[in-house]
Write a protein that binds this ligand. Sequence first.
Ligand code: GDP
Ligand code: MN
Length: 376
Amino acid sequence: MELYEYQAKELFRKFSIHVPAGTLHENAEDIYSSHHLAGNRLVVKAQVHTGGRGKAGGVKIVNSIAEAFTSAGEILSMTIRGLPVRKVLVEEALSFSRELYLAITLDRDRACDLVMLSAQGGMDIEEIAGNSPASVIKIDIHPHLGLQEYQIRELIHSLSLDASDRMELAAVIRKLYRFYNETDATLAEINPLVLCKGTFVAADAKVVIDDNSLYRHPEFRSLRDINEDDPLEREAHHRGLAYVRLDGDIGIIGNGAGLVMATLDIISQEGGRPANFLDIGGGAKADVVRKSLEVVLQDPDVKGILVNVFGGITRCDEVARGIIDAMEQLEVKIPLVIKLCGTGEDEGREMLRGAGIVPVAEIVEGARRIIGLVRN
Ligand code: GDP
Ligand code: MN
């Protein structure tokens, strides 16, 4: 679960990581209520689940409340990387001489957490990290030992800073690491981390919490923004289906997570692109199959559907009945390829043939067929 900047900053405050004073607004008029913010230089920031807001015009530094009002109006009407801006954060602008990059994240390839620090933070960090990787220092965190003091010293000594600023930075790294662990984050990124009059302040905050840990964080439940969830996923979950939307054009329905994932792999291997993961589970009845088809058919990107069912406790004839029901009730204009085997396969295939659908006997053949049909 990704947090908004304002949510992440609220949590940072609880961990004594300095953040600028600020207020959150859903409409520009409310900005006038934030004139208790000291000084006139303010920064108005779009709250969306994506980086690169600065470059997209979603971060504006202004010199008065009136200008903040105008900028907020503009930003609230923006769409950044496909995401409509619904909220803006208005903060006291910071004056700083240096922008650092500091992040802790889970490195899945190396199977450990990782601290990253760079003296060249700011909006170009991706480019800098790409062109001169040496300018980003990375330190692996041992999964049992945790982040060690000597590693923190190694990190801070890589930057040219005054001794007192180094001590300050070490403290921020310790706090961010505590934050990362205690919130079960998989990413805690501060970019830029700025030095303001001897204090490091998080000018930005990007945090992702591990969804698998949410059961032990009831305090985070209210942070989820259902507006940001995919509407089809929301609908599917509402109907009790295990559905994940992907970005391809071939809808996939199967039973059992392993079989469905293997089906996605086969589609990819054969050169196709799956549009979703959908597991109808064990023992699914016809109505579950019909509901699944309904959901997959609602995805405008789907140009064809591959059904892959292994009948164990699930009966192939039930699945066939669900498919036929769906075909009768819905207007299905796209090709469907179906593979059924196991319990009730003969009855199931017979029913499909009766309805004019030719089942395939083998899944690679099925994958090739649906890919060919979608391409044509
Ligand atoms: P991002 O582009 O989505 O990462 O948004 P950021 O919050 O990082 O803002 C983009 C850039 O705006 C930062 O890299 C800073 O250079 C600048 N910026 C953000 N907040 C302030 C501020 O309070 N004062 C000043 N002077 N610049 C800021
Ligand atoms: Mn940033």
